[in-house]
Design a protein around this ligand. Structure first.
Ligand SMILES: *Cc1c(COP(=O)(O)O)cnc(C)c1O
Length: 397
């Protein structure tokens, strides 16, 4: 096989780090010079800036996105043997956080175009399976478990259709925990014209700053955002062994999920560039859309007018997916699968009792999805190369 002049990695963070290198070096030197490694002023500054960016009053830095979800669920009152509703078409961490609280996930179907939680599926499930008891608690009729919360996932950078989801949740007294781990900086537009950032619409929002996310640390990091002072207080003590003051412990569910000063300082540097980087992602996505929508049998991502999509991932649906992926790899183009096996069919979640066929839209999407290279520092040449080669591969099949 002849070697190709252009290689396109799935994600390449090195160019991003060239851009911010001097500022990151200064942060690292500052941390070493002050020997202040955990919490402290760098954390406080990032929390203030990230809260302001998201349009909320409170942001709490935590160790990673999975713990952000777990602590958010605990803070709003999810306890052992409760039920939390979410989607199966997500990264496993969404469901793991529910299990970590001792609760049971119930997986609902996605919308076939947006790939996010279907408001219709949510309403239908609640209508047929739940009853509101005398204390205004939503109960799963089969088991009498409390149904406490729903987690819409703003997957790939596209906010879920929050307006109907919030309305349905309110009707059933459910808390809404947004999994915004892939949607830093995304917007949702309500029918009255007001806009809100991903993470700021529900009772609480959760972020991951895993290095490859739109806003990424240089290690593990996450955050919880909310407008509710009590929820914020709960998350603050839960992340630090349940203590309010040193050695005064208020809850036994405390863990160590603190955020390093170094990561907070690095995130602050990158936060200042997030909008520019997201705009470049959107520019690449628009070019992909334009070129790929002309190829028959490729479904390009939906960009509904209710949302400002930030394209954490650019995911297409197509048949013969595995073959296309292999051919692209042979041409020097790396692609990804997010995610090939839905959570409800994972071995790890077998106890929940799901079978193949239970969530047909989720399963069809999982079997046909393909994530194309997408990162803000991708060159025009690289984007063009992906489009050209994908067209050729498709024509040859
Ligand atoms: C990345 C991610 C998480 C988990 O974040 P970590 O920081 O890796 O723990 C949770 N949910 C979704 C949708 C994610 O993409």
């Amino acid at each position: 096989m002849t070697s190709n002049p252009i290689q396109v990695p799935f994600v390449d963070l090195s160019a991003q780090h060239v851009e911010v290198r001097a500022e990151i070096d200064a942060v690292m030197a500052h941390v070493v010079d002050t020997s202040s490694f955990i919490g402290g002023p760098l954390l406080a500054r990032f929390e203030t800036n990230f809260a302001q960016y998201c349009g909320v009053t409170q942001a709490i830095g935590v160790s990673d996105g999975t713990h952000a979800l777990q602590l958010a669920l605990r803070a709003i009152g999810v306890t052992s043997s409760d039920i939390v509703l979410t989607v199966s078409h997500t990264f496993i961490a969404t469901a793991e956080a529910i299990i970590q609280c001792g609760a049971d996930p119930i997986f609902l179907e996605i919308d076939p175009d947006s790939y996010t939680l279907s408001p219709i599926a949510l309403a239908t499930w609640l209508e047929s399976e739940c009853k509101i008891d005398a204390n205004n608690v939503c109960r799963y009729q089969r088991t009498n478990q409390r149904v406490v919360a729903v987690i819409p996932v703003h997957l790939y950078g596209l906010p879920a259709d929050m307006e109907p989801i919030l309305a349905i949740a309110k009707r059933y007294s459910l808390k809404v925990v947004e999994d915004a781990c892939q949607a830093h900086g995304a917007w949702y537009k309500f029918s009255d014209g007001t806009q809100a950032r991903a993470g700021s619409m529900g009772d609480v929002g959760c972020f991951s700053f895993y290095p490859g996310k739109n806003l990424g640390a240089m290690g593990e990091a996450g955050a919880v955002v909310t407008n509710d002072p009590n929820t914020a207080h709960q998350v603050r003590i839960l992340r630090d062994h349940g203590q309010n003051r040193k050695y005064i412990h208020q809850t036994r569910y405390g863990i160590n999920a603190r955020l390093d000063a170094l990561q907070a300082g690095i995130l602050d540097v990158k936060l200042a560039r997030l909008d520019v980087w997201n705009n470049r992602r959107r520019e690449i996505a628009a070019y992909y859309d334009e070129c790929l929508s002309a190829i028959t049998d490729i479904q390009t991502p939906m960009s509904p007018n209710f949302a400002y999509h930030v394209y954490h991932l650019y995911v297409i649906l197509l048949d013969k997916r595995d073959l296309v992926q292999q051919k692209l790899q042979d041409l020097g183009i790396s692609t990804g699968l997010h995610y090939p096996i839905p959570v409800h069919l994972q071995e790890a979640f077998r106890d929940q009792g799901y079978q193949p066929g239970d969530l047909p839209i989720t399963e069809r999407v999982a079997n046909t999805l393909l994530s194309l290279p997408m990162f803000p520092h991708m060159s025009d040449n690289q984007v063009e190369y992906v489009v050209t080669k994908l067209r050729q591969v498709r024509q040859s099949m």
